[in-house]
Design a protein around this ligand. Structure first.
Ligand SMILES: [Zn+2]
Length: 83
């Protein structure tokens, strides 16, 4: 199992990464992040509609500490802000 991991978000087996996140979830995370960066006040429901990513998946990113949820919107956690 050394080079593999179970993704924390979808349960798929993938090559190990630093985040325990498979490439397809990483892609979703980056997509969400780019929208949140450009429009910090976007509601989670609107993000879901714009990206096709389910609200529960967005909430699971927030629960794992990738975003901070406040009153229906999400913010990017500072420690994940990197190029
Ligand atoms: Zn995944």
């Amino acid at each position: 199992m050394a080079n593999y991991q179970i993704c924390d978000f979808c349960g798929e087996l993938s090559e190990r990464t630093s985040k325990n996140m498979c490439p397809s979830c990483e892609k979703m995370y980056r997509k969400l992040r780019s929208i949140v960066e450009a429009n910090p006040d976007t509601m989670v429901l609107d993000l879901s509609n714009q990206t096709g990513i389910s609200v529960s998946r967005i909430v699971s990113f927030a629960n794992k500490g990738f975003f901070i949820m406040t009153e229906g919107t999400i913010e990017i956690r500072k420690q994940h802000l990197r190029p």
